[in-house]
Design a protein around this ligand. Structure first.
Ligand code: BGC
Length: 431
């Protein structure tokens, strides 16, 4: 193979991703909004107007397209579409139809997430995934949205259903210590429900029963409404390694956090792989980055090769096509972000050449956005945002990634592609 011309398969999707709550702003009818505003909140700061994508979706699609990308993964918010139990908002659905149309008009493939961590307050008050009616409630919302919305190409039912199992020690730690009980009581008062009704605090049994049940019911509902939509779920999957003697620790992690989920979604239209790093199991039962390796702002080992390793594993375990729905670098070092993307894609190309069926890649995130409990600190975006003016600024990493996307890979053809009419670092006032 000529390494100078590493092309991806024809039709490979080159995209970027966001989530409703992290970019839209003012998602006040959701459980996360309530927790953000609790006394001594576990969230560093509230999401507020976020990056106002609710009002700037079309402008953001113009930027995505100008960069050279052709797919956008974004979320629709259940709390806006069904603000009260059984009451659906046509205005919210009309808004999301305009979003899909803004993609389609530019030839951007819409990849829509039906639930990305947030649920409506009324669902939280029924217990979230702890409630055995959850699969039916979620499926009814998905059915309604899928029937109303035209033009969705890919649907992700839920985002990272396995993530509460990955962060359970962190979640427990949030309410530990002297002020832990008071913090928890304040969070529950704001929510009007036990903390387990919030997705991140969902116990494992409820995830496996009602979470996976909800995915299956939603998948069937969306397929019944729109058979042409490709439906899958996204999972948080890191490259799991083990130091010598810690193989059993790794096996236990995989058995808890990965296998039940892969087993349940094998045979779906696709599996959404979301990989940020590698983690190494230790003989003492812990896991951590490899000592001496650089870390990202999130504290993850900076390990672009992790994505390809995970895709190989998922393909081997499931034989189900993969869509990389998230992969990204957090930090202010934009040159490193560009290199991280190129290195991730080079390794991914190797996996594809070996037969792993990967349909596309969505970089997380299109914009510097609300990073949940960490607030607006960590920056993942290809596009920076001045949150006082909401002006967007295309970063050089966006153009570097866009050049790979335009060339459908690496190699001599890169140079032959039209240069985007944007320069890195130029503030783009699209307000
Ligand atoms: C989530 C995103 C989040 C990203 C970076 C993923 O776990 O799906 O919502 O912003 O990781 O931390």
């Amino acid at each position: 193979m000529n390494n100078d011309r590493r092309h991806f398969p024809t039709g490979f999707l080159w995209g970027s991703a966001t989530a409703g709550h992290q970019v839209e702003g003012d998602n006040w009818n959701s459980d996360c909004w309530a927790l953000e505003h609790a006394q001594s909140s576990i969230f560093k700061e509230p999401s507020g107007d976020a990056v106002d994508q609710w009002n700037r979706f079309d402008d953001d699609m113009a930027l995505l397209s100008a960069i050279g990308l052709g797919a956008y993964r974004f979320g629709i918010e259940w709390s806006r579409i069904e603000p009260q139990e059984g009451i659906f908002s046509q205005a919210a659905l009309d808004h999301y139809q305009r979003c899909i149309d803004a993609c389609l008009q530019r030839g951007i493939v819409p990849i829509v997430t039906f639930s990305h961590f947030t649920i409506p307050l009324w669902v939280a008050r029924r217990g979230g995934m702890m409630c055995d009616a959850f699969p039916a409630l979620f499926a009814r919302y998905c059915d309604h949205a899928a029937r109303a919305l035209r033009g969705i190409a890919y649907a992700c039912t839920m985002n990272e259903l396995n993530v509460p199992l990955i962060i359970d020690d962190v979640a427990t730690g949030l309410f530990a210590g002297e002020d832990g009980p008071a913090k928890k009581a304040a969070a529950e008062a704001a929510l009007g429900a036990p903390i387990t009704s919030n997705f991140l605090f969902t116990p494992g049994e409820a995830l496996l029963r009602n979470g996976l049940g909800a995915h299956a019911a939603a998948r069937d509902a969306i397929k019944a409404a729109r058979p042409d939509i490709q439906v899958g779920i996204t999972l948080s999957l890191q490259d799991e390694q083990a130091e010598p003697g810690a193989e059993a620790v790794r096996a236990a992690r995989i058995a808890k956090m990965v296998t039940p989920f892969l087993d349940a979604v094998r045979g779906d239209d696709f599996i959404g792989v979301q990989t940020y790093t590698r983690t190494t199991s230790r003989r003492d039962g812990s896991h951590s980055p490899e000592p001496g390796h650089p870390l990202t702002v999130m504290g993850y080992e900076d390990r672009p090769q992790a994505l390809a390793e995970v895709c190989r594993y998922v393909w081997e375990q499931t034989g189900t096509p993969i869509l990389v729905t998230e992969n990204g670098f957090s930090g202010d070092d934009d040159a490193r972000r560009a290199a991280f993307v190129a290195e991730s894609l080079a390794a991914l190309h190797g996996a594809i050449a070996d037969g792993v069926a990967v349909r596309g890649y969505c970089y997380w995130s299109l914009l510097d956005n609300y990073e949940w409990m960490a607030g607006y600190g960590p920056k993942f975006g290809l596009i920076g945002v001045d949150r006082t003016t909401q002006k967007r600024r295309i970063k050089p990493s966006a153009l570097a990634y866009g050049a790979i996307a335009r060339a459908n890979g690496f190699g001599a053809e890169d140079k032959a592609q039209p240069t985007p009419q944007l320069t890195g670092g130029t503030p783009l006032g699209v307000a």
